[in-house]
Design a protein around this ligand. Structure first.
Ligand SMILES: CC(C)(COP(=O)(O)OP(=O)(O)OC[C@H]1O[C@@H](n2cnc3c(N)ncnc32)[C@H](O)[C@@H]1OP(=O)(O)O)[C@@H](O)C(=O)NCCC(=O)NCCS
Length: 274
């Protein structure tokens, strides 16, 4: 891996002058994308100290892939597309359920047990075991989604490609992200947390603990809590208006499943997941 990493870093350093038709260049970049595709490399992860570790060379590989790839027409029945990046294959062998209408790009990873309702997963994204990507949910490039997560219908997980050192969105294990939430700009949702429908979380959005009134962070929701969309008052010259905030309304004990998010487990246990 470290050899591959140094070869990618070398190509990145020379990216303005590399020959995009050179067979070695293409093979090196494709080898790295295959690692992302099989989950043997990933763009980011939570480190032992709880901080986010970004593997920049993986992002370089994705950016280099766009640079060296040529547009191609793809046809599927009456549909025609023109793109540089192929779609994934071999879902059966990977133990991933893919409902018609779902799409994932080569270089994204879905672990065994993942269910993709008609949804979209972009390159560099990593979706871990038994996670449900529900209808019209989109997982942006390089986003990292943990195990046993439910991304409800219409959830928009933002992609973060550049700058290479920027941390992508991280949704940790066991989270339940309610319908139509937007989580973008490298925001992070801690393990086991329930985010109520319709919340917006970016690195600009304050996360407020309603018990104390304290702003806990911008763009980071702690583990094991229930958080919902709210507002905070802000005074402008034209008057006082509410700006979006995320409110932590309940703390859960570690390992506790919130009543409403347990519904998903019940459906899965009975094989009746959407
Ligand atoms: C966040 C959620 C789990 C809260 O459930 P809960 O802990 O049982 O909380 P309650 O319903 O008792 O609500 C607690 C308070 O938060 C408010 N609240 C609940 N959900 C909210 C939301 N999404 N946005 C803003 N406020 C919300 C309630 O109005 C309530 O206020 P009140 O105490 O003044 O009455 C739930 O409302 C939710 O959003 N579930 C996701 C549903 C969904 O997206 N399903 C996916 C289908 S694909």
């Amino acid at each position: 891996m470290s050899d591959l990493q140094s070869r990618i870093e070398g190509l990145w350093a020379e990216r303005d002058t590399i020959d995009i038709d050179d067979a070695d260049v293409i093979a090196t970049v494709h080898e790295a994308i295959d690692r992302l595709d099989t989950g043997t490399a990933r763009v980011a992860e939570v480190g032992a100290d709880g901080g986010v570790v970004v593997h920049q060379w993986c992002k370089y590989a994705v950016l280099l892939l766009f640079k060296i790839s040529k547009m191609a027409t793809v046809e599927n029945g009456p549909f025609e597309y023109a793109d540089k990046i192929p779609l994934k294959h071999d879902y059966m062998a990977r133990g991933v359920r893919v409902v018609p209408g779902a799409q994932a790009r080569w270089g994204s990873y879905q672990a065994p047990g993942v269910v993709m309702m008609p949804s979209y997963i972009n390159i560099g994204a990593h979706v871990d075991e038994n996670t449900m990507v529900d209808t019209w949910a989109t997982v942006g490039s390089c986003a990292q989604i943990g195990r046993n997560v439910h991304l409800s219908g219409g959830v928009g997980i933002g992609g973060v490609l550049e700058p290479a050192q920027a941390a992508p969105v991280i949704i940790e294990d066991e989270c339940y992200i309610g319908s139509r939430c937007i989580v973008a700009e490298g925001a992070r949702v801690g393990e086991g947390t329930v985010l109520g429908a319709g919340a917006i979380l970016t690195r600009s959005i304050p996360v407020i603990d309603v018990e104390t009134g304290d702003e806990i962070s911008r763009g980071e929701i702690p583990s094991w809590c229930v958080a919902v969309a709210g507002t905070r008052p802000r005074t402008f010259t034209g008057g006082e208006f509410g700006l979006p905030a995320v409110l932590v309304i309940k703390r859960l004990t570690e390992g506790e499943r919130h009543d409403k998010s347990a519904l998903n487990d019940i459906l899965r246990d009975h094989g009746a997941a959407t």
